[in-house]
Design a protein around this ligand. Structure first.
Ligand code: FAD
Ligand code: SF4
Ligand code: SF4
Length: 400
């Protein structure tokens, strides 16, 4: 329910921000009509807190009519091009891959939600990865990410189409956007899911809890949409079916720039040649506490250069100062899924494993035959890393 109290001073600020033209000024007072979707955009601009939204308690909420699995399409700067342009962030395809399975199990539709200033035929790629439909909002105000603008558009779409579940990447953008949407919709959000499935028609959201020592299964039976964020590289990517184009549904949502509370004054793009792109690496050579010294750890960089990979590290190695945090793989570091993951002197604690178990081939070197890392390794070498690493470097050099 939405209500305008006597505090209203007729300032007119709420009228232009409403995406549904649901507010009018009548006799210098704001009056809200039945087109209101309770998106909350007007509440945040009112200078005297005259607008109040009261939400229904979970037990009494009407959940009928909520159908379909939605995936938020995250766009990123396309640095390959000289002109300002965007491309789809890979985590979107991973979400569509799992979203397809969930939607099939529910017998419902999979939709991608695309907010952009200019659509560049993205529906082709989104369709190839499983989307049946693309809800497209094209508006100059969507030229770059902004919490207020993006959340208002998503909330408006959600009220209109009532999805049952919605997935976001657990990226900087997704971690900012999803909680904002969840709180405005008065629904729950499970962050950093590592598993998603359907149980009795509900979204079963699994994520590590208590420092990764147990897996928690979370259900949201009383609210919709059921919302999750999922880290990049956690969900297996499906094979794209090119030629399967998603149906594009253009949504004309009014977006007023006065909603934007944060303004970007200046943008600086720093081109760091040595920057770590561990989440996108195809080969990762990782070291743990067993590498013991900085000098010995440095030898892993040589293997990387010879193989064309990126250096990774366990938290043990990071805590010892052998490598900086940007290289940390695991629950409190980065989740990776390279083709090849080499682990030297890493024990294989659960918090490390959750961050690299999706790698195609894992090779572990550890002097302890009972080290848990061997449980996930395809190839295991029981031996001293300090003897094996120099020999490997020598062998790779000979091959070059
Ligand atoms: P250790 O467990 O000390 O293992 C060292 C291994 O090296 C041993 O197996 C040993 O046999 C082997 N070794 C020793 N010498 C040699 C040698 N000469 N040759 C070959 N092998 C040798 N950890 C992460 O990695 N990433 C995370 O993101 C992360 N997040 C965490 C979040 C929380 C909330 C908590 C509580 C913990 C987290 N941890 C994380 C820490 C994790 O529990 C482990 O402590 C850590 O992974 C251990 O690092 P390690 O394997 O390098 O060290
Ligand atoms: Fe318009 Fe949203 Fe305010 Fe309703 S809550 S009047 S839809 S801005
Ligand atoms: Fe009234 Fe607030 Fe709307 Fe201004 S923004 S017209 S004070 S309800």
């Amino acid at each position: 329910m939405i209500n305008v109290s006597k505090k209203c001073i007729g300032c007119n600020k709420c009228v232009p921000v409403c995406p549904f033209a649901a507010v009018q000024l009548i006799d210098k007072k704001a009056v809200i009509n039945e087109a209101c979707t309770l998106c909350g955009a007007c509440v945040q601009v009112c200078p005297v807190q005259a607008i109040e939204i009261t939400r229904e308690e979970g037990a009494t909420r009407d959940l009928t009519g909520h159908k379909g699995v939605w995936v938020f399409v995250e766009l990123m700067e396309n640095h390959d091009k000289t002109k300002h342009s965007h491309k789809i962030r890979p985590v979107t395809f991973e979400l569509l891959s799992i979203g397809r399975k969930l939607a099939d199990e529910l017998g419902e539709e999979l939709a991608a939600v695309l907010l952009t200033d200019k659509n560049a035929g993205f529906e082709k790629e989104l369709g190839a990865y499983g989307a049946d439909k693309v809800y497209l909002v094209e508006n100059p105000e969507l030229y770059e990410y902004n919490t207020d603008i993006f959340s208002t558009a998503i909330i408006a779409l959600t009220h209109k189409h009532k999805p049952s579940a919605m997935l976001y990447g657990a990226t900087i953008m997704g971690r900012d956007l999803a909680p904002r949407v969840a709180s405005c919709l008065y629904t729950g959000l499970t962050a950093d899911c590592t598993g998603l499935a359907i149980k009795d028609g509900l979204l079963l959201q699994s994520r590590p809890a208590f420092g990764g020592n147990i897996m928690a299964d979370i259900l949201s039976p009383k609210s919709r949409p059921q919302m999750s964020t999922v880290r990049p590289n956690v969900m297996k990517l499906a094979e794209p079916i090119y030629g399967k184009i998603a149906v594009t549904v253009r949504e004309d949502i009014k977006i007023d720039k006065s909603l934007r509370r944060v303004k970007v004054l200046e943008r600086k793009l720093i081109h760091d040649k040595g920057s770590v792109k561990i989440d996108e690496a195809r080969i990762i050579v990782s070291g743990g506490r067993g590498m013991k010294t900085k000098e010995k750890f440095k030898q892993l960089e040589e293997i990387c250069q010879l193989l064309g990979g990126v250096v990774g590290a366990s938290r043990g190695a990071v805590d010892m100062g052998l490598k900086d945090k940007a290289h940390q793989v695991g629950q409190s570091g980065t989740t990776v899924s390279p083709k090849l993951y080499l682990a030297f002197g890493i024990s294989g604690a659960v918090q490390h494993i959750v961050g690299m178990k999706a790698s195609d081939i894992i090779v572990a070197v550890n002097k302890d035959p009972n080290a848990p890392i061997f449980n996930v390794a395809k190839h295991g070498v029981v031996g001293d890393a300090h003897e094996i690493v120099p020999k490997l470097i020598e062998a790779l050099k000979k091959q070059k």
